[in-house]
Structures are given as C-alpha cells and as structure tokens.
Design a protein around this ligand. Structure first.
Ligand code: FAD
Length: 317
C-alpha cells in the first residue's frame, strides 16, 4: 500500500496534493500496490478525487489547526493500520514540517525534493533535485519502504482513468497539540507562490515601490502571483512572503517573469527550476540572461507599459 497525504484548503484538494496523488499512483502501478489518500481537515467531495488513481480514501474531519506533532502521530497511525510501505507527500511547508519527524518516528528513510522515479533492475530509484536545482541525483531506500517528499511542481500533474474510490474508516486518535495557533491572516485573492502557474517578479530595477502598479498590472492580466527579490522585501517595498530565492520561497512555476532583477545566484537558487524564464533587464551583462529562456534587453519603464497594453488588447480580441 502507498499512503499519500492529501492536503486540502477550504474543502478543495491542493494542487500539490494532486501532484502527490499522481506520483503515489504511478509508484503503486509500478510496484503492484494500492494507493490510499489521507485527508485531514475539511471533508473533500470524493467526486473531486476520481481520476487521481486512488483506490481508497481516509478522511478525518477536523476544523482546528493541527500542529506537526499531531500530523506525525496521525500519519504514523494510518501507516501502521494500513501496512503502507511508502508514504508520499509534497515537500511544501506542511511536508517540510512533518517529513523529518515522520522519518524518525517511523524509523523510515526519507528522500526529499523528489522529482521523478524509475525501476532499474528491480530497484526503485528516486531522482532528487540537489544544490538548489543545479544538479540531480538518484537514490534508493535500503529497506523496501520509505517516505518520499516531492518537490512542488517537479513531477507534474498526472491524470488516470476514473475508478470508484473506497472510503475507509481507520481508528485514528488525534493527540493533544503541542502548540496553539493564536492568529492567522489570509492573503486574499492570490494563488500562493508555491502553487502559482505564472509568477511576475520584480527587483531593485523598479527604482521605487510607487512603480509596482506596472508589475501588478501585468500579474493581473496574466492571472499571476507577484514575487520580488530580497533587497526589495528588505527595503519594505514588498511584503517578505513575496521574497523568492535561497533565503526566501523556492518556486517552480510554469512561467517566471523577472523584471529589473540582476539574477544573483542566491535569487536564482529559488527560481531556476521554473519551466520557462522570461527576463527584462537593461544590462546585457545581467547574469539572469544566462538562465533565461526569453530575454529582452532594455528599459522596463519603456517596455512594460507597452507589454501590458499589448497583452490587454490581445485578451480583448
Ligand atoms: C546569504 C545571502 C542570501 C541571499 N538570499 C537572497 C534571496 O533569497 N533572494 C534574493 O533575491 N536575493 C538574495 N540575496 C541577495 C542577492 O545576492 C542580490 O543582492 C539580490 O538578489 C539583488 O536584487 P536585485 O536583482 O533586485 O537588485 P540589483 O542587484 O540592484 O539588480 C537590479 C537589476 O535591475 C536592472 N535594472 C535597473 N534599472 C532597470 C531598468 N530601468 N530596466 C530594466 N532593468 C533595470 C539592473 O540592470 C540590475 O540587473 C542574498 C544574499 C546573500 C549574501
């Protein structure tokens, strides 16, 4: 059995969980196992889950915040009761906070930031992104079981033939929390950076926070999420949760648009796994051009308004 953690948000399964379900189902297909999804939080409509390759689903309705010790306990109980050999989860903020603890608690090996897998001479091998995405390496578990934490947007979304999903009930006890959530402020209306398909990001080349309206305009037209370089967040031009890079959020969108960002190695560490990178910079020597798929060398104060206008017109036609 492969156990996959299905994280939900407002009763909808997260994109990172759909990706994890696809990985778990492909792994199960290859190793002749079944797949069980585990969802803690609001109940997900099972119809939403068909086509993800799942055989079973365990849902635990829980309205309150669950801390990492509670998650670890529940996943461990589910693993024991189902006799799962593999646990698959996304290496997003929940995955990062529980996968290490799970590995210690269950005495199972953990491979994190996995982007793919294969079977070679009967051995399951997992490809992992290393050195901030600059290289990749293949690993195998010493035992025939393990925990696989997927790099978000690494394996991609995979669809399967629809099949009935068996709702399973387990005897899972939720322990007392070790910490309490005191306050939570949700940023409305935007896809979180780690889930975004398109990210429009800007750096010090914007000169002043009052110029950010151009960045937001482009993001609005493309239904993108906005991001920024670290100095911009440090200067208070943009909130810190938008800062991407080695010390900020690591992202892997389909399209990353960098406006007036030099492309320092610490910035690239968080964005160079993007599928396509588009750069506007006035300095032909800017390091970002080496990492870019498309680049425009010029003044963004001239280019951006024209780009926004052209995109808006093309959307109206
Ligand atoms: C330990 C450590 C960790 C770090 N972590 C991070 C991190 O996580 N994320 C991060 O971003 N940085 C990080 N940094 C900082 C990083 O080294 C760079 O200093 C930073 O990324 C530069 O930000 P920037 O490109 O916005 O600014 P700048 O380096 O000032 O670059 C501005 C760019 O805008 C271009 N430009 C200027 N005007 C225009 C115009 N009119 N039109 C077009 N282009 C224009 C310039 O040619 C230039 O390339 C870290 C540094 C250290 C030491």
């Amino acid at each position: 059995m492969v156990l996959v953690i299905l994280e939900e948000q407002n009763g909808r399964i997260k994109k990172s969980a759909i990706e994890a379900a696809g990985f778990a189902s492909k792994l199960a297909q290859l190793s002749g196992m079944k797949v069980c999804g585990l969802c803690l939080g609001r109940t997900i409509n099972v119809n939403e889950l068909t086509g993800l390759g799942l055989d079973q689903i365990v849902q635990i309705e829980h309205a309150d915040y669950l801390d990492s010790s509670q998650w670890i306990s529940i996943v461990a109980q589910a693993k024991e009761q189902l006799g799962s050999k593999f646990i698959v989860l996304s290496n997003n903020s929940l995955g990062k906070s529980i996968s290490g603890g799970l590995s210690v608690h269950l005495k199972m090996g953990l491979i994190s930031n996995v982007v793919n897998f294969k079977s070679q001479e009967g051995v399951l091998q997992f490809q992992k992104s290393v050195f901030s995405g600059k290289a990749s390496a293949w690993y195998a578990f010493s035992d025939l079981n393990g925990i696989i934490a997927l790099m978000p947007n690494g394996f991609g979304i995979h669809k399967f033939d629809e099949k009935p999903i068996d709702s399973k009930v387990l005897d899972l006890k939720i322990p007392e929390p070790k910490i309490k959530l005191l306050d939570r402020k949700l940023i409305q209306g935007k896809t979180p950076l780690t889930e975004a398909e398109i990210v429009v990001s800007a750096g010090r080349g914007l000169k002043d926070p009052s110029n950010w309206y151009m960045v937001e305009e482009l993001a609005d037209i493309l239904h993108a999420t906005t991001a920024c370089s670290r100095p911009v967040a440090d200067a208070g031009w943009r909130p810190h949760h938008e800062h991407v890079g080695q010390t900020g959020v690591a992202i892997r969108p389909n399209v990353y648009i960098a406006l007036g960002i030099s492309g320092a190695i610490q910035h690239l560490a968080g964005v160079n796994n993007s599928k396509k990178i588009f750069v506007i910079n006035k300095d032909p020597e800017a390091p970002f051009f080496k990492a870019a798929d498309f680049g425009v060398c010029g003044d963004l104060f001239e280019i951006l308004p024209k780009l926004n206008e052209a995109l808006r017109k093309s959307k109206m036609n």
